[in-house]
Write a protein that binds this ligand. Structure first.
Ligand code: P6F
Length: 355
């Protein structure tokens, strides 16, 4: 069984200078697509389940689908990560159900809508880190609220994202505060706010450095070079799939995502985990619309779901290659068990290095 922790994966990524896409999963087709692509290019994998995924599929289904991927691809290290835990309780339940990594998002209060104070964020994140690390499980924290620097608003998301308009000080992570936060919480990875947001509607035009602040990634990395950074809301919103969706009856407006080359620039400056959900949703929707429009007699869902899987897999393969994780699965070697990771935390081997 190749269940791996986020910490071990990101340490390897930092050592070899690559980044990993973290794909959101809700159903079997997404998992097939991600795993087929990873198998084809020899990439390690992060499968992440959001609160929305848990309520869509149900926690046991999600857990068993990921377990099936681990069983079917024993040669590929797979991290089972819980995306955006709104409270320590949510994270504890994920640890109990077998996730090897959890995100405690204390940038917002438990309602997932109200921006939290710095002190609250430090307190809940540290609480999760203490317990998770005792179980060998990794922890991602978030500092700064995700949202658009064009509008001050969080992106479209299922029940998680700041409400109202936020000012730039809340939408951009401060490098000194990031150092203090990592030191106080002991997180393994830090999600930062740099102008990205969840969903398809991130930017009204191709983003410039004013609204997509890769320069802020560089400043944070310069301040805490040994900390693994995470970019949320990092779908690229592929123009080709947008066109296919709209030419087969869809009605998505003009919109722009995070260009792959900007993510690659971030990876050169400490970004190790890149969250992607929307791109796979768009590829699946486009492929299904196209198939159903072109084969109007078909009533076998397996046919259009296969097309969706193929389309999503194409995106996954392209991201593994662009981020440099292709070819890395077989280089990881020994995978530490959760018990071994717990011992490493206990010995202080994994304490963050923040000067
Ligand atoms: O960053 C993320 C995805 O970014 P993206 O929209 O693909 O640019 C994820 O962390 C989100 O949490 C996820 O897309 C939310 O999913 P649901 O809550 O809708 O399931």
């Amino acid at each position: 069984m190749a269940l791996i922790t986020l910490r071990q994966l990101l340490d390897h990524a930092a050592e070899h200078g690559y980044g990993l896409p973290a794909f959101n999963v809700n159903n079997m087709e997404q998992i097939h697509a991600i795993m087929q692509a990873a198998d084809a290019v020899d990439s390690p994998v992060i499968l992440q389940g959001s609160a929305g995924a848990r309520s869509y599929a149900g926690e046991p289904f999600l857990r068993h689908l990921i377990a099936a991927a681990i069983e079917m691809y024993p040669h590929i290290p797979i991290c089972m990560h819980q995306d955006h835990g709104a409270s320590p309780g949510v994270c504890m339940r994920s640890i109990q159900s077998g996730f090897s990594s959890v995100m405690m998002d204390g940038s917002l209060l438990e309602d997932g809508k109200t921006p939290a104070s710095y002190e609250y964020n430090v307190r809940v994140t540290r609480q999760v880190a203490d317990i998770a690390h005792a179980c060998g499980v990794s922890v991602e924290g978030e500092l700064g609220c995700l949202g658009s620097l064009e509008t001050g608003k969080a992106g479209e998301e299922d029940g998680h994202g700041a409400e109202g308009e936020l000012d730039h000080s809340m939408l951009l992570t401060d490098p000194d505060e990031a150092a203090d936060f990592v030191q106080k919480t002991q997180v393994d990875a830090l999600a930062i706010a740099i102008g990205t947001s969840h969903g398809a509607y991130k930017f009204t035009q191709k983003p410039t450095g004013k609204v997509l602040r890769i320069d802020r990634v560089k400043e944070i990395h310069a301040r805490i070079p040994n900390v693994h950074l995470v970019m949320h809301g990092s779908s690229s919103v592929p123009e080709d799939w947008l066109a296919i969706i709209n030419s087969y009856g869809g009605d998505m407006g003009t919109t722009y995502g995070v260009p792959v080359e900007e993510i690659v620039e971030g990876i050169k400056h400490g970004v190790r985990k890149v969250n992607i959900d929307t791109d796979l949703r768009m590829a699946a929707t486009g492929a299904i619309r196209k198939h159903l429009a072109e084969d109007r007699k078909n009533f076998d869902p397996r046919k259009f779901l296969k097309e969706a899987t193929k389309a999503m897999s194409g995106i996954c393969k392209a991201r593994y290659e662009a981020f440099g994780s292709a070819g890395m699965a077989s280089k990881i070697g020994k995978v530490y068990s959760l018990e071994q990771m717990a011992k490493r935390y206990e010995k202080g081997e994994l304490a963050p290095r923040v000067s």
